[in-house]
Design a protein around this ligand. Structure first.
Ligand SMILES: [Zn+2]
Length: 328
């Protein structure tokens, strides 16, 4: 038997087929549709499954999806997502009716921690947290073996934890002082601008060409971490401030959930493990009251959500099945 895993991101959608051991036999990637109606995303996925995975479809046992949110798991939909041109769309109903197989979906980071437990760094562990530091910041959590979902499936919007009451930076969601508003791909240029405008800087920091770039709002994460590594004084200063925010966020998550293991993924963290993950590993445990967990980069890399979707297809969590029963 085979299992299909689908990772629906704001930019790309990825589909993989895996065997019973979780080995990926084939995978494809394509641009997520940004135009259409409530059925377009499912239709595009079905078309790809029929054209690219025809040889496997007869023997597919079930399908798992990890998707950008917000989600409504009872209705099997994505609802009002700010990240795709199509804000609201059906997934579970059109796919399950057409494929005649069980289809399960989860928010992407929630799927990722489920994958971490089956395939990654949380194997054999009942308490685990997955954190993504990317364009946005999000998380997935398993407590005492139960995958936490929340009332609609949108638990762990950890990017909107308030990490700073002092800075008055506004997050993309409209709130103030949120972790994502400072340390994510979307937040870093605005935080760098704030630092350039408001913080006391040394003459060396002000002489950096990045200081001007930051004032113009153009200091993106790729440039920031590259130049910090090269020794630029202003870049190092901003990285230091971003690191403090990341430590506050991760420490808060550890204090709330008491995990055995915390894995960190997402493009910003995975591309800059030395400047993003290592300081968190070093400093976050000093800021927690619980017994310190193991903290590490996800061994699943960019495939964390995809493996999560496969794990979901292989073994849908009890908490999800219970939620779906209540919907009937
Ligand atoms: Zn926010």
């Amino acid at each position: 038997m085979y299992y299909i895993g689908i990772d629906i991101g704001a930019t790309n959608t990825r589909i993989a087929v895996a065997d019973e051991g979780g080995r990926i036999l084939k995978r494809i990637r394509f641009s997520s549709p940004h135009e259409g109606d409530e059925n377009t995303v499912a239709e595009v996925i079905l078309e790809k499954l029929r054209s690219e995975f025809a040889q496997y479809l007869d023997r597919v046992k079930s399908v798992g999806i990890g998707t950008i949110g917000p989600v409504d798991l009872r209705r099997g939909m994505v609802v009002n997502t700010p990240n795709l041109g199509i804000p609201t769309f059906h997934l579970v109903k059109p796919l399950s009716e057409s494929l005649k197989r069980p289809v399960y979906m989860l928010n992407d980071c929630v799927a990722a921690v489920w994958g971490e437990r089956r395939f990654g760094a949380a194997r054999g562990v009942d308490n685990a947290v997955y954190i993504t530091i990317s364009t946005g910041i999000g998380g997935g959590v398993i407590v005492n073996g139960a995958l936490l979902l929340g009332k609609d499936g949108n638990a762990h919007e950890i990017g909107h934890i308030v990490v700073d009451y002092k800075y008055r930076l506004r997050c993309g969601c409209g709130g103030y002082g949120h972790w994502e508003g400072y340390a994510s791909g979307s937040g870093i240029p605005r935080f760098a601008k704030y630092i350039a405008e408001n913080e006391e800087l040394s003459p060396e920091e002000q002489r950096s060409p990045l200081y001007e770039l930051a004032l113009a709002g153009g200091l993106r994460s790729e440039i920031l971490y590259r130049e910090a590594r090269r020794g630029d004084a202003f870049a190092k200063r901003v990285v230091e401030e971003v690191t403090r925010i990341n430590i506050a966020g991760v420490a808060s998550v550890i204090n709330v959930y008491d995990p055995e293991v915390v894995t960190i993924g997402g493009s910003i963290a995975l591309r800059n493990p030395d400047l993003v993950i290592e300081p968190i590993v070093r400093e976050a445990p000093r800021n927690v009251i619980t017994r310190a967990p193991r903290i590490e980069a996800t061994p699943l890399g960019d495939d964390a959500v995809l493996y999560g979707a496969i794990a979901l297809a292989m073994e849908p969590p009890e908490t999800l099945l219970r939620m779906l029963q209540q919907a009937i």
